[in-house]
Design a protein around this ligand. Structure first.
Ligand code: AR6
Length: 175
């Protein structure tokens, strides 16, 4: 349990091996945490995403899947991009949101990352209740740590007091 923590603030400044981006299927940038990560990583991140679109992901990244690029100007060595289900567009299946967290952890494991930071995927533009996101995120993270000994640190970076409270409560309920 000690390997999971919560930090309120900006994910782009985290000193971890990988940060997770709540992207959209185009992988070509957007607002929210996606915009912040692209701004902080620099234009090479968009170029790397365009390369993915031109090669392995011509139709984009489906909701629930995850893919990695380098982190370029970030302190993090990698960005793991995942796409939450867009609740506002009728994508209401929580299993897809679960897969975002699980697949991001699997990608990080493949990269041999020792630490990873997640935002509250889906809890912004895509319209999920942050309480539900936190419960799903914590469940996946605790399951991952119980089963696989690959990560020293899984961090949830919360933007604002409401999200911090939601993640702290979700972790507290599981302690
Ligand atoms: N650091 C940490 N968390 C952040 C930051 C930051 N710098 N900025 C925002 N958040 P959202 P989504 C929080 O909307 O709901 C984009 O346009 C925010 O407060 O970024 O998955 C994409 O391109 C919220 O709690 O992601 C997609 O089109 C959480 O991050 C779409 O938004 C997620 O909010 C994805 O929507």
């Amino acid at each position: 349990m000690g390997r999971i923590d919560i930090a309120e603030g900006d994910i782009t400044t985290q000193k971890v091996d990988a940060i997770v981006n709540a992207a959209n299927s185009s992988l070509l940038g957007g607002g929210g945490v996606d915009g912040a990560i692209h701004r902080a990583a620099g234009p090479e991140l968009l170029a790397a995403c365009r390369e993915l679109r031109a090669s392995t992901l011509p139709e984009g990244l489906p909701p629930g899947d995850a893919v990695a690029t380098p982190g370029f100007k970030l302190k993090a060595k990698w960005v793991v991009h995942t796409v939450g289900p867009n609740r506002r567009a009728g994508q209401t299946d929580p299993a897809v949101l679960r897969r975002c967290f699980a697949n991001s952890l699997a990608v990080a494991r493949g990269l041999r990352a020792r630490s990873i930071a997640f935002p509250a995927i889906g809890a912004g533009v895509y319209g999920w209740d942050v309480t539900e996101v936190a419960a799903i995120a914590m469940d996946v993270a605790l399951g991952h740590i119980a089963e696989r000994d690959t990560l020293d640190r899984i961090r949830f970076v919360t933007f604002g007091a409401e999200a911090t409270r939601a993640f702290e409560e979700a972790l507290g309920q599981r302690r």
